[in-house]
Design a protein around this ligand. Sequence first.
Ligand SMILES: Nc1ncnc2c1ncn2[C@@H]1O[C@H](COP(=O)(O)OP(=O)(O)OP(=O)(O)O)[C@@H](O)[C@H]1O
Ligand SMILES: [Mg+2]
Length: 250
Amino acid sequence: MISFEGVNKWYGSHHALVDVNETVNKGEVVVVCGPSGSGKSTLIRTVNRLEPIQKGRIVVNGQDVHARGVDVNDVRRGIGFVFQQFNLFPHLSALENCMLAPVRLGKMPRREARDLAMAFLERVGLAAKANAYPANLSGGQQQRVAIARALAGKPPLMLFDEPTSALDPEMVNEVLQVMKGLACDGMTMVCVTHEMGFAREVADRVIFMDQGQVLERARPENFFRKPDHPRAQRFLSDIRSPWVTAAGAA
Ligand SMILES: Nc1ncnc2c1ncn2[C@@H]1O[C@H](COP(=O)(O)OP(=O)(O)OP(=O)(O)O)[C@@H](O)[C@H]1O
Ligand SMILES: [Mg+2]
């Protein structure tokens, strides 16, 4: 579904992605983790061309997405993207938010788009909130609408960039449950997340990044038992005992 082939990216003189070579197969769930600034967001943002690359190739579903002449709207139509910030249109209801892309980009008749949007709202457990506006939804509900909206484009691939990190703790689970449901249904997913429980339970593979490099790729059971790379070992022990680390640093 995705292949990264010798991908390199710079922001000015900062080398943000260093020789990334990865493959994501159809139906696979890959969790990307690593310290802040390691390039996780950059990596997934290159997949739908939110960020350009300077070297290498990224092939999504047979298409070289960064090739000259490729229509960026075509690329993005085929990829669902869910961000940390939900970015719903505040003046549109949940249902209208989900209908927008199919009607505008997919040129779908409104009636059909409405049925489709309703089906996806049902899938994320929000059929009853179809006519609510974002301001009247909780953070977890807004994020679920954002997922329904991404699904309404019927993408074969979904990318998630820390979809739960802006949420209050009690809302994290409802969003993770929706993501888990998608994974069980066979959706191909790449998720940047610090939710290690989710990674352990749902991921087929964990990718660990540091300083723009993929340092380790492993099955979750192996990664969480004992990663090979010392940097990954340190990362895991830091997130498991942040207070000890803070005290140790002080
Ligand atoms: N638009 C930009 N211009 C310049 N530098 C950038 C830009 N976006 C990111 N960077 C830099 O590139 C590196 C990777 O950033 P990125 O956002 O991909 O990290 P991340 O792993 O997603 O971090 P976090 O966990 O904090 O979200 C960082 O050093 C960051 O400062
Ligand atoms: Mg990030």
